[in-house]
Design a protein around this ligand. Structure first.
Ligand SMILES: *Cc1c(COP(=O)(O)O)cnc(C)c1O
Length: 386
């Protein structure tokens, strides 16, 4: 039987060569030529002026927020539906995450609800570019108006995606990226904070490096962190950046194949694409039509039997105990439930691997079709059996 994991890093000879170079140079900790090269090259790739590499994407977000002075008493607007690192990093700063529903058209923050959620304590908005699709940055800027509110991009799922022709990572006051093993580009574990603001970059770097005084060794005027990337990880990252167009391009081509085969899958919709967006295919997403929502978990279990790994969509943060009491902004006066809950219950991810070809997609699409038939048949039988 064929077997498809949901995602896998694409690591080749160039990565191995750079890692060997790093190891043989003796610079295996967080100083070394690959670290600075990685920071400069990834910033350039994303169109930003400065890059501060990090242990992971979560640290990039929380240390950027610390560097912005976000803390107790502040509110940070975040999408209700995203990976929990977003909500956790706000709480970690001592601030309140204000959860705003997503827009069903692109699964990112709904700007009209953000406008309602902004209050006197709002210090920042974290715009997640969700599942490869950019957030509507201009509409979010408009919601902010002339207030002093930071607009932070979380581009962990969207390396190289474009918003109105501009690459994500350079569109806000700062951006966080992840290079975890399942992301579009990887360093194993790793992250980076990008910004065009030299002072913010320097302050982020300072907090990342134990908040040590630049001019007085072992003097620490603030409480800092140690969240540095190693030269070995950065070596992998440099190779991935050289291969970025190839790696991202292959997954985008793969999405084209999925789209073609989705003609046989009328019960799902794949990833959205607004006309102002050039999304990237981090993970291929399938969202069941509303009437089939209850079949999602059975469908994924049946796919597992056929060797096709899937993931359910993220769960809205307000459904989880640590976040249940924070404010939520949604349109539930006009809807039965939040868009976040709705999409969350109906969505799942399909294998998205750089080495998949037409025959792989054909196998998976056929597996989805036959599994759907099986589980919907079972469901109607058990209903009629009553
Ligand atoms: C993966 C991810 C992160 C966290 O990145 P790590 O490197 O795993 O810490 C943050 N935000 C979003 C939206 C993500 O998908």
């Amino acid at each position: 039987m064929k077997s498809y994991p949901i995602a896998a890093p694409d690591i080749g000879a160039l990565e191995a060569q750079y890692v060997l170079e790093a190891v043989e140079s003796g610079w295996i900790s967080s100083i070394g030529k690959f670290v600075t090269r990685f920071e400069d090259e990834f910033a350039a790739f994303s169109g930003a002026a400065h890059g501060v590499s990090m242990t992971n994407g979560t640290d990039a977000l929380r240390i950027a927020m610390r560097a912005m002075g976000i803390g107790a008493g502040d509110e940070v607007i975040v999408p209700a539906l995203s990976f929990i690192a977003v909500h956790a990093s706000v709480v970690d700063c001592g601030a309140v995450p204000v959860m705003v529903d997503i827009d069903e058209r692109h699964w990112c923050l709904d700007p009209s609800l953000v406008a309602k959620a902004i209050g006197p304590r709002t210090k920042a908005i974290v715009a997640v570019h969700s599942y490869g699709h950019p957030a509507d940055m201009d509409a979010l800027r408009e919601a902010i108006g002339d207030r002093e509110i930071f607009l932070i991009e979380d581009a962990a799922e969207s390396h190289g995606a474009k918003y109105k022709g501009r690459t994500v990572g350079s569109l806000g006051d700062a951006a966080g990226f992840s290079f975890y093993g399942n992301k579009l580009l990887t360093t194993g574990e790793g992250g980076i904070m990008l910004t065009n603001d030299a002072e913010l970059a320097e302050r982020t770097r300072f907090l990342r490096d134990h908040a040590m005084d630049k001019d007085r060794r072992y003097f620490h005027p603030e409480v800092g962190y140690n969240c540095r990337l190693t030269n070995i990880q950065a070596a992998i990252g440099c190779a991935q950046i050289e291969r970025a167009d190839e790696l991202i391009g292959r997954k985008n081509d793969l999405f084209g194949l999925y789209e073609r085969h989705s003609a046989d899958l009328p019960f799902v919709k794949l990833n959205p694409a607004e006309e102002w967006a050039e999304p990237v295919n981090w993970l291929t997403c399938a969202v069941l039509e509303p009437e089939y929502a209850h079949l999602r978990d059975d469908l994924c279990a049946a796919l597992k039997e056929k060797g096709v790994d899937t993931r359910p969509f993220f769960i809205p943060a307000f459904e989880m105990p640590p976040y249940a009491d924070y404010p939520v902004f949604h349109n539930a006066e006009t809807l039965d439930k939040t868009v976040s809950s709705e999409i969350s219950q109906r969505g799942f991810n399909l294998p998205t691997l750089t080495d998949m070809d037409e025959s792989d997609v054909a196998y998976i699409a056929e597996a989805v079709a036959s599994s759907f038939e099986a589980v919907s048949g079972n469901a109607s039988q058990s209903q009629s059996a009553g």
